[in-house]
Design a protein around this ligand. Structure first.
Ligand code: BMP
Length: 247
């Protein structure tokens, strides 16, 4: 199994894309997994990875997502579980172990929980299974500044989270595309092999090109693709706009 950063890079080189599909499929529960799997089939050569969230995980659970897991694996796309995991080590390990042993390749977690007895266990479990951990460093909603931007000891929490991402050896960070200056600060702290995944593009008002220029490596995009009448066209247009592949 490839390390997450290398895997994303190699997919990006092949596809010319920087887009991670947030497969946030709504509608009747029974149709969601099939719709997400079809979306992956249609977009597989135009994206670098797939992220799933509560839209699928809550109604279907890990075992109910088998069709999607197989589709991603066949397409060579890493499947990221957006758990924003935030618990004691034992519970984190249980959640990650369940996801990782059922075809998920990476997990998103919240560094707020701290290292000892929290993230340490998750990070060792992930290393042991050669899976990825991405830490939330700065979120894309307006209220993010009340938490991730809170000043502690004279500096915003996100800077401490970026340093921890580096020190703890996580695979990367989530940083809002709506805050290019924060992306720049985080980029200057992270190691070269650590990736920045940037959500909030399009629907939430973020500018993907600015985020990439500031140092984001990949853009997480959901509704602008999932809610589009023609997801293939939508992704092609985005890739073109970002100066990448545009068939
Ligand atoms: P959309 O492109 O539809 O706004 O979706 C963004 C996706 O990224 C959603 O799954 C959301 O939960 C997630 N996300 C986000 O929007 N902002 C963050 O700061 C962190 C996220 O994981």
């Amino acid at each position: 199994m490839k390390l997450l950063g290398d895997w994303l890079e190699s997919n990006s080189r092949k596809s010319g894309s920087k887009i991670i599909l947030a497969a946030d499929v709504g509608g009747p529960f029974e149709t969601r997994v099939g719709a997400a799997a079809s979306l992956v089939s249609a977009l597989q050569e135009r994206i670098v990875a797939v992220k799933v969230n509560w839209h699928l995980l809550l109604p279907h659970g890990v075992l109910g997502l088998r069709e999607l897991v197989v589709r991603c694996s066949d397409a060579g796309l890493p499947l990221i579980a957006d758990m924003k995991l935030n618990d004691i080590g034992a519970t984190n390990v249980e959640a990650a172990g369940t996801l990782f042993s059922n075809g998920f390749d990476a997990i998103i977690a919240n560094p707020f929980v701290g290292y000892r007895g929290g993230m340490e266990d998750l990070l060792s479990k992930s290393r042991e299974m050669r899976k990825g951990v991405i830490l939330l460093v700065y979120m894309s909603h307006a209220g993010a500044r009340e938490g991730y931007g809170l000043k502690v000891g004279g500096e915003p929490l996100y800077l401490g989270f970026a340093r921890r991402t580096r020190r703890w050896g996580a695979d990367g960070a989530v940083v809002s595309s709506k805050s290019p200056s924060i992306i720049r600060e985080v980029r200057s702290i992270l190691g070269r092999e650590q990736v920045i995944l940037s959500p909030g593009v399009g629907f939430q008002g973020g500018d993907g090109r600015k985020a990439l220029t500031a140092g984001a490596d990949y853009l997480i995009v959901g509704r602008s693709i999932v809610g589009s009448r023609d997801p293939v066209k939508a992704v092609d247009a985005m890739n073109r706009e970002l100066g990448n592949r545009g068939s």
